[in-house]
Design a protein around this ligand. Structure first.
Ligand SMILES: Nc1nc2c(ncn2[C@@H]2O[C@H](COP(=O)(O)OP(=O)(O)O)[C@@H](O)[C@H]2O)c(=O)[nH]1
Ligand SMILES: [Mg+2]
Length: 435
């Protein structure tokens, strides 16, 4: 019953993908527990922050997540991140590591496009000066589009014949063709809806119409967050302005190159890596997402145990403070994760055995040692109460399903869609003898 979705980091070589992954997955060491049975070599676990219901129920002291952790009502839920091979222009024609890249992509539910805003790497990922990254988002998207369009176009003759022969619906036909990209029917349906393609005979689509479909399909299939990275570098400012200007006003169904303005986040992966390292070595107090850190020199409570800084480290920390934290409010990496999960619309659900103590075992014992809100599962938007029961491990529960309730013993319908803050704390009951 793990949250099984994957967010993939894409971008050209040396944009900072691996640094970003390190910056956000380093916390794994802190807790070392996650619900995923298989972790591929290029994957890491990151933690997505949400408001935990333990705070509203005054139970923070007893909150005991089975996976991740909870601090003062802020809950960190594990999600999977994937580091994908770098992409260069022409990759869709097999240049560089193109095919490996495109293969990995199938497993991704959302993308983080890491863009080097410093202008110090060219489109091949080689070190340079004064490179203008304003087109980087567009060409990378173009490569993915060209790949999918190419595959679809090649099959298209056959598709059309079969489509006509078996009188399949457009959704079925396209879903069949796109199944290799890890795509559900609902995504194909949404893309056709957005295109306004209802009632169209897709067998009559021209190449251009097919390409338009691919574009909209990509928007639906791969929600994308842009991390404008290396904001600590001197030229980043003007490059950021140019990129933000280009995507100004892009939102909702009117995305530009698959990007909405509000999903562009400024980051310094390197600063985050360094701050985390310094915090681990007890030079500073720092929590991801904060706009500052505390050193031994600062007159603040809680810093008595901190080590004193040598000039080199102090200089580097001062730089990060001036160039990143004070100017942009944070290193941005946490914000990227939050936007990625938000873009997918995933909903946290807390299955409990008791609505009296929100524990994982039945009974109303508030002093129980098992703690409360042990489990938190992120589910797709639109998931119903009954669907979640099915997902929640056992066919047992599904077969013996007798009902569900939320806070205040309010009964829930099987087809109720799960909504945060309304019915996302769920206690299921089973028929006697059904277990
Ligand atoms: N100044 C600066 N350098 C960065 C940042 N993120 C990554 N880098 C550097 O960019 C280079 C490439 O980073 P890497 O993560 O290996 O890129 P990848 O090829 O996309 O995985 C390395 O030298 C990193 O230290 C950042 O936020 N600021
Ligand atoms: Mg890398």
């Amino acid at each position: 019953m793990a949250s099984s979705f994957v967010v993939a980091c894409v971008g050209k070589p040396s944009a900072g993908k691996s640094s970003f992954l390190n910056a956000v997955t380093d916390a794994t060491a802190k807790v070392g527990n996650f619900p995923f049975t298989t972790i591929e070599p290029n994957q890491g676990i990151a933690y997505y922050p949400i408001a935990c219901p333990c705070a509203a129920h005054n139970l923070s002291a007893r909150c005991k997540p089975r996976h991740g952790w909870c601090q003062n009502g802020q809950r960190y839920v594990p999600i999977r991140l994937m580091d994908v091979a770098g992409l260069v222009p022409g990759a869709s024609e097999g240049r560089g590591l193109g095919n490996q890249f495109l293969d990995d992509l199938r497993h991704a539910d959302a993308l983080i496009h890491v863009v080097d805003a410093s202008g110090m790497t060219d489109d091949q990922g080689r070190e340079t000066r004064g490179y203008d990254p304003v087109d980087d988002i567009r060409w990378l998207r173009g490569e993915i589009e060209a790949w999918i369009f190419g595959n679809l176009d090649r099959k298209w003759g056959g598709t059309v014949r079969r489509h006509v022969a078996i009188k399949a619906t457009p959704v079925e036909t396209l879903h069949g063709q796109l199944a290799g990209y890890g795509t559900g029917r609902e995504i194909v349906q949404r893309a056709l809806d957005r295109l306004g393609a209802h009632g169209q005979d897709i067998s009559l689509w021209s190449s251009e119409e097919l390409r338009s479909f691919v574009r909209v399909f990509l928007d639906c299939r791969f929600p994308t967050i842009v991390a404008l990275n290396k904001i600590d570098m001197p030229d980043a400012d003007k490059n950021i302005s140019a990129i933000v200007r280009r995507y100004h006003g892009a939102k909702g169904v009117a995305l530009r190159d698959g990007v909405s303005e509000e999903n562009i986040v400024l980051t310094s992966a390197l600063a985050e890596c360094f701050l985390r390292k310094m915090a681990k070595q007890k030079y500073i107090l720092y929590e991801t997402g904060q706009d500052d850190f505390v050193t031994a020199e600062d007159k603040q409570p809680g810093n008595d145990g901190l080590r004193s800084l040598d000039d080199r480290v102090r200089g580097r920390l001062d730089n990060i403070r001036d160039l990143v934290l004070f100017r942009y409010g944070s290193t941005g990496v946490q914000d990227v994760l939050v936007r990625a999960v938000e873009a997918l619309g995933y909903v946290p659900v807390f299955p409990v055995k008791s609505l009296a103590n929100f524990g994982a075992s039945a009974g109303g014992d508030l002093a129980g040692s098992s703690g409360c809100f042990q489990d938190c599962v992120l589910v797709r938007p639109g998931t119903t109460v009954r669907e979640f029961a099915r997902k929640l491990h056992n066919q047992q529960l599904d077969r013996a399903y007798a009902g569900a309730e939320t806070v205040g013993n309010v009964k829930l319908g099987e087809d109720d869609v799960i909504v945060p803050g309304k019915n996302n704390i769920i206690k299921y009951s089973m028929q006697a003898g059904g277990a």
